[in-house]
Design a protein around this ligand. Structure first.
Ligand code: SAM
Length: 362
């Protein structure tokens, strides 16, 4: 584990040649641990209804100016069926915390996707009850994404005005997901107003302690219809929400959690340009998550402005970018190596039966 004060100084680093060397080491760690393949996960943002009032998020319940939508099972299945011809192996079903997205509806949907397509299913539906998470796992969902957003309890709770112990509750759900044998994804936003470099270093230490299977890192992007302000530029220790800082966090996360799946996130690409897809992938990322939400709904999933997804439904630019880097698209569903190693250590998976592990030891 990199010492905390060293993490802080890397997070403050601005010298381009030192940063190049940091990203290059992260790239080496990525290659040695998880290999050159890039996993594509097709996201369907199927509902923008949300009961939460997170002050950073454009789809929060208080944003009355937003037209709300919820896709039907038929619409989702139609979208999911297009995955096969795009050679995608995983679908990520994401939504706000929508109370009409019920336990039985999700269980039936997951079961149908598993039976009819064989795709791996990742859920990202917010903080849900243990009974719901358990039923969805039994129905065949293998992965769950729930970002902790920041490891700093006070900072997190300052963005959750009406909830007591909001950070602890979110952590409890993450622990429940692990106990239910999900592959667990967490993550943070970089440049939250009030976030210092020390807090960001604590986030990375937190990743090292929690041991996520997947880590999503993206910049905080202010949304005009939310109450969280823009990032102040007059405070000396405020973390900027810029590309370089986000890439530094990504590179350090790769070094601290070498076996995790780490995407070049949509938020990262939204503040950069398309070529920054390559920058993220050269600095530790091994996953891309193209947004395959049908065009009529895509802009309504308005969590932050100028949301730019890799591909915007067209995978050709992604395929070209990957090929031009001499890397390839994974041909399997890309279970997190961290997850597999943990299960193997617990005796849940017979030693040596994991193709990933065999390839890496050959
Ligand atoms: N409801 C689920 C949850 O809470 O995890 C999934 C949907 S939520 C909108 C997905 C992610 O969007 C959050 O974890 C957060 O990191 C990101 N997000 C929301 N607002 C954002 C903003 N203004 N800037 C950057 N990321 C944001």
């Amino acid at each position: 584990m990199i010492p905390r004060d060293e993490i802080v100084s890397w997070l403050r680093e601005t010298d381009p040649s030192r940063l190049d060397s940091l990203w290059s080491v992260a790239d080496d760690v990525r290659r040695i641990h998880v290999g050159d393949s890039i996993h594509l996960r097709g996201i369907i943002n199927f509902s923008n209804n949300c009961v939460r009032r997170c002050t950073y998020c454009g789809i929060n319940a208080d944003n009355r100016g937003l037209r709300r939508y919820r896709m039907s099972t038929t619409e989702i299945m139609e979208c999911v069926r297009s995955f096969e011809e795009l050679s995608l192996m995983t679908v990520v079903l994401q939504s706000g915390e929508d109370r009409l997205v019920t336990r039985s509806w999700v269980a039936e949907l997951v079961d149908r996707i598993r039976q009819e397509t064989g795709l791996a299913v990742t859920l990202s539906l917010g903080e849900r009850q243990e009974e719901e998470l358990s039923e969805w796992r039994a129905a065949g969902a293998e992965r769950y994404l729930l970002k902790i957003e920041t490891s700093n309890r006070l900072l997190y709770e300052s963005m959750q005005p009406d909830r007591r112990n909001a950070w602890t509750s979110r952590m409890e759900v993450l622990r429940t997901l692990r106990s239910l044998d999900y592959e667990v994804g967490t993550g943070i936003m970089v440049g939250i107003p009030g976030q210092t470099h020390e807090m960001l270093a604590d986030d990375l230490v937190h990743f090292g302690e929690f041991g996520p299977d997947m880590i999503g890192i993206g910049p905080y992007i202010p949304h005009p219809a939310t109450s969280l302000p823009s990032v102040p530029h007059d405070r000396t220790d405020q973390v900027p929400n810029d590309l370089v800082t986000t890439l530094n966090v990504l590179a350090l996360a790769r070094m601290i959690c070498p076996d995790a799946n780490i995407p070049a996130t949509t938020a990262l690409l939204s503040i950069g340009r398309r070529r920054d897809l390559k920058v993220g992938l050269s600095g530790g990322a091994n996953v891309i998550m193209p947004d395959l939400t049908p065009p009529e709904y895509r802009q309504l999933y308005d969590i932050y402005p100028t949301r730019l997804s890799p591909g915007q439904g067209d995978l050709l630019p992604i395929q070209e970018a990957i090929a031009s880097m001499g890397r390839s698209i994974s041909e399997d569903s890309g279970t997190s190596l961290h997850y597999l190693k943990c299960r193997e250590a617990e005796g849940g998976i017979p030693a040596g039966s994991i193709r990933h592990l065999q390839e890496l030891t050959e």
